[in-house]
Design a binder for this molecule. Structure first.
Ligand code: NAD
Length: 331
């Protein structure tokens, strides 16, 4: 197994080394391929990434990614969008589950759901024209794109509570009717219980009744917005991991960005990046990944936590405590 490791910018350079140490504690046979991509590279060389980087990444099985700083300069090519497209990472997966003793804006901890976002089409098609008086972006929904994300969501639901919620806006965006129909048909074919809801109602419902949901499937933009909103349910952006999955490759990244306001201070929360390692190990079929949950519960109980969670521990102290727990448990 070959893993491309991209720290990126800002706190990506702090949390990814910690996450890699946690991964190393399992002693798995993983060849790591470090790559420098992102804003710092663009400042130094004029290119955030190159075609050769894409080829190197394609020679790996998976990617562990920190975060990159983005700037609105037309010459700054989006690293994330390029990789997602090149590796055809069609499913964006965000588990939304509270950690013990940590609550978010609602103060609730009785929920555990996963957002499955279509990652390649919708309003992020890239088909657009920008003019001084008229600008437009084409919203693309295909049967193939809808089928494969619906399949992914249904298979996931089968392993969980067998319940799928299809989020759409087909009353206004007629293109969503295809997405909705395909999701319904796929859920029926898999014997998955399903319901559907308009995205605006869903935003309200997720805040009021997050416990109602198991697997939530939706299109690209809606998934992007709802999943960031749901980070507020779990307490800190520093706690939320995500995976981008394709037929061949997988890409794991914390939801947070490069956090320039705290970068270099050694206080960034590494738990999202460490939970990315857990998702990577699950993708590899490694059941020992459950030790990561145990280790996180342990540091939370001992209050070895970073300032975003009200603690005083540094990024490294949290990482070291988790690594030690795992090494001790594995003997
Ligand atoms: P951000 O996620 O970097 O930070 C938002 C807030 O959350 C900040 O106050 C930050 O200190 C805090 N925060 C984030 N992660 C944290 C952690 N692990 N521990 C403790 N606190 C944490 O979002 P932003 O400030 O809007 O963006 C900063 C830069 O990151 C921008 O250039 C943006 O474009 C980029 N960005 C990149 C990605 C990515 O690479 N996937 C995602 C989002 C934003």
């Amino acid at each position: 197994m070959k893993l491309a490791v991209i720290e990126g910018d800002g706190i990506g350079r702090e949390v990814i080394p910690v996450a890699v140490k946690v991964l190393d504690a399992f002693g798995l046979e993983i060849e790591k391929v470090p790559l420098e991509l992102g804003y710092a590279r663009w400042e130094r060389t004029g290119a955030a990434m190159s075609d050769q980087d894409i080829e190197t990444i394609k020679g790996c099985d998976a990617v562990l990614f920190g975060a990159v700083t983005t700037v609105p300069d037309p010459s700054y090519k989006s690293v994330l969008l390029t990789i997602r497209k090149e590796l055809d990472l069609y499913a964006n997966i965000r588990p939304v589950k509270p950690l013990p003793g940590v609550t978010g804006v609602t103060g609730r901890s009785d929920f555990d759901f996963i957002i499955v976002r279509e990652n390649t089409e919708g309003l992020y098609s890239g088909i657009e024209e920008i003019g001084p008086d008229l600008s437009w972006t084409k919203r693309v929904v295909t049967r193939k794109g809808s089928e494969r994300i619906a399949e992914y969501a249904c298979k996931l639901a089968k392993k969980r509570k067998n319940n799928l919620t299809i989020v759409h806006k087909s009353n206004v965006l007629k293109s969503d009717k295809l997405f909705l129909d395909v999701c319904r048909q796929t859920a029926s074919a898999h014997g998955v219980e399903y319901s559907d809801i308009l995205v605006d109602s869903m935003a309200y419902s997720l805040m009021m009744h997050p416990e109602r949901y198991d697997v939530v499937v939706t299109t690209n933009l809606f998934g992007d917005i709802l999943s960031d909103m749901c980070a507020s349910l779990v307490g800190s952006l520093g706690l939320v991991p995500s995976a981008n999955i394709g037929e061949k490759y997988a890409f794991f990244e914390p939801v947070h960005g490069s956090a320039p306001d705290i970068a270099g201070k050694g206080i960034s929360n590494p738990l999202a990046a460490i939970l990315c390692v857990k998702m990577l190990m699950e993708w590899m079929g490694q059941s020992r990944s459950l030790l990561i949950d145990e280790a996180i519960v342990d540091v939370l109980q001992k209050k070895i936590i970073t300032p975003d969670l009200g603690g005083t521990a540094s990024t490294t102290e949290v990482g070291n405590a988790i690594e030690k727990y795992i090494r001790d448990a594995l003997g």
